[in-house]
Design a protein around this ligand. Structure first.
Ligand code: 5GP
Length: 206
């Protein structure tokens, strides 16, 4: 059986990276889609693990080859989800997390209606600003762009099926894991297994 898509969005600094890391350790049969981006790597980021860092030309080639499930310009850089990667992970039966912005999330919701959508909301603007500033990964200019975009991003929360308020990372990670595990119990996501069980009853001729 093919795995499902789990879309996770939040404004920059919403803390989704830490949550996702914890959930990947807790929940079995879960993969992570490593996006392509034209953004320069931050200190400590590894090519192929955090992102596939590519040039604008390479990104453009991927668009022309119809290689993206979705792509968007976010905070003045390009980011995209490669179809090949999603297919590889889900073909093995694993669900896949797409950590993408709200524009990409809308595009995936349109093309894959049964994708699970989850929005991570920071507890307040002040917390978001404090987290982004403390992280110190952006130049002052880029930090301003991210803070300015955050109002638009949080205002899109209502498109998502679930909202998790990230006030404390471990409890938010537990909630995120619960959503993913609960979604797996939906009747229509288990039709093959259920049918197998029912067949065993029929074979027994009770
Ligand atoms: P960052 O530069 O902080 O790693 O990411 C900036 C934003 O781009 C975040 O909101 C992140 O979720 C989003 N993003 C990362 N990968 C993708 C992608 O493949 N597609 C889209 N649409 N957004 C992405």
């Amino acid at each position: 059986m093919k795995g499902h898509l789990i879309i996770i969005s939040s404004p920059s600094g919403g803390g989704k990276g830490t949550l996702i890391k914890e959930v990947l350790e807790r929940v079995p049969n879960l993969g992570y889609s490593v996006s392509l981006t034209t953004r320069a790597p931050r200190f400590g980021e590894e090519d192929g693990r955090h992102y596939h860092f590519v040039s604008k030309e390479e990104f453009q080639d991927e668009i022309e080859n119809d290689g993206f499930l979705e792509y968007a310009e976010v905070h003045e850089n390009l980011y995209g989800t490669a179809k090949s990667q999603i297919d590889r992970i889900t073909a093995g039966g694993r669900d896949v997390i797409l950590e993408i912005d709200v524009q990409g999330a809308e595009a995936v919701m349109r093309s894959v209606p049964d994708a699970v959508s989850i929005f991570i909301l920071p507890p307040s603007y002040e917390t978001l600003r404090a987290r982004l500033t403390a992280r110190a990964t952006e130049k002052p200019n880029d930090l301003d762009v991210r803070l300015r975009n955050s109002l638009f991003e949080v205002s899109r929360y209502s498109l998502f099926k679930y909202v998790i308020i990230n006030d404390e990372v471990h409890s938010a990670a537990a909630k995120l894991a619960s959503v993913i595990v609960a979604e797996r119990q939906l009747r229509n996501r288990q039709s093959e297994s259920i049918q197998g069980i029912l067949d065993s009853f029929e074979r027994s001729n009770v």
